[in-house]
Design a protein around this ligand. Structure first.
Ligand code: SF4
Length: 379
């Protein structure tokens, strides 16, 4: 393997100029990248914090034409619980991240450019091949996930333009450290935005590599722009599980929109936190109760296997009718009447289909997708 992974040769081949909406030339010759909240000011020959956007010969380049992960799996796994339940999403990721969270559950790709021992498998693929793979797989959506998609937003938009023409929904699974420019750039091409709220403490975000204010602003802004937004807090023992902090997160989300679903999910030891304990069940249920007490109408504990019982289900907030019965990523029963409760006819917020599958067809395991070609020579 070369001194760093992937090599400069790889980056020469799998890059394209950044979208003009996502960069700005400064008077001193540097280029300001607008793809995420870091707003890196990058000099010739250098890259930004994410290490994947770099200035070469006076042009800001961004990744293009490859994926570091590609699978078709339930949209509930993203997680989106109020968007096309029971349907699959073709999900792709690339390399790199604008954060460096020690508990990252996708660190083999997100931290590949910071960790010498990592060498994720890469696939060369075009937007046309990706969209065709989604259609061939029977997916309802294409989602950019695994690593941080904001840092490759222009590549995602290349794919989303084609995907929307073919009737697919498009979305991001993001840490939410966005710039206003990036969200405005994305919105015409994407409808779904899953965002992390990792903490309510500025100090914690500083340790992870970002700013709390940017994330809060992105959540508000994404709602204003009309994305369908769901929030996730991975509850990491000792990091963000203080009841007061959880309550502050719930209050903030309620202030944005009481119908914004909040997923409180279980951490498992990974990356630089392999000695830490898993999130205890009682802690997830405590977070669930806090969310409910603060007035959020849809709160879901997740990553629990079969332990979450009826808390995983969706109920009508008006009449209490069971709407969606879940087990893990599986829909056991979909009783929705289009976008409405079948009993009181109240509208349920989300993105729904007139004739959805009434249950998931499989157990929710990811299906490998055969598309593109493995990249070897360029590494
Ligand atoms: S995507 Fe974010 S971290 Fe990467 S260069 Fe642009 S502003 Fe910097």
């Amino acid at each position: 393997m070369s001194e760093h992974y992937p090599s400069d040769r790889f980056f020469e081949k799998f890059t394209a100029p950044a979208a003009p909406e996502l960069c700005r030339r400064l008077e001193d010759g540097r280029i300001e990248c607008l793809a995420c909240g870091h707003r890196c000011k990058i000099a010739e020959g250098h890259s930004g914090i994410c290490r994947v956007r770099r200035v070469v010969s006076g042009t800001l380049l961004r990744p293009s034409g490859y994926v570091a992960g590609l699978a078709c799996d339930p949209i509930e796994k993203k997680p989106f619980y109020h968007a096309y339940p029971g349907r699959d999403a073709l999900t792709f990721g690339m390399l790199g991240c604008n954060f460096h969270c020690p508990f990252c559950q996708n660190w083999e790709t997100s931290q590949a450019l910071r960790e010498a021992e990592v060498s994720a498998g890469l696939i060369a693929i075009s937007p046309e091949e990706m969209v065709q793979a989604a259609l061939d797989s029977g997916a309802r959506a294409i989602i950019s996930s695994y690593n941080e998609p904001l840092i490759t937003a222009d590549w995602a938009v290349e794919i989303f333009r084609l995907a929307r023409l073919r009737g697919l929904a498009c979305g991001f699974v993001s840490n939410g450290h966005a710039s206003p420019e990036a969200l405005s750039y994305l919105r015409p091409h994407a409808d779904l935005f899953k965002v992390d709220l990792k903490s309510f403490r500025e100090e914690t975000y500083r340790q992870l590599g970002g700013k709390l204010a940017n994330v809060l602003d992105s959540i508000r802004r994404a709602k204003e722009l009309g994305f369908w937004v769901e929030a996730v807090t991975l509850i990491v023992p000792g990091l963000n599980d203080d009841p007061g902090e959880l309550r502050a997160m719930a209050q903030f989300l309620k202030g944005v929109d009481r119908d914004l679903p909040w997923h409180v999910t279980a951490f498992h030891p990974d990356y630089r936190m392999t000695d830490s304990e898993r999130t205890p069940l009682r802690k997830l249920f405590e977070a669930y109760e806090i969310g409910k007490e603060e007035g959020l109408r849809f709160v879901y504990p997740g990553n629990l296997g079969l332990a979450a019982d009826d808390r995983e289900n969706t109920y009508c907030p008006e009449c209490g009718e069971l709407l969606l019965r879940r087990r893990g990523f599986q829909i056991l029963e979909n009783r929705m009447a289009g976008s409405a409760c079948p009993r009181c006819r109240g509208q349920i917020p989300g993105r729904w289909e007139e004739e959805p599958p009434r249950s998931s067809s499989g157990w929710g395991w990811p299906r490998r997708v055969n598309a593109g070609r493995r990249i070897i020579a360029e590494l």
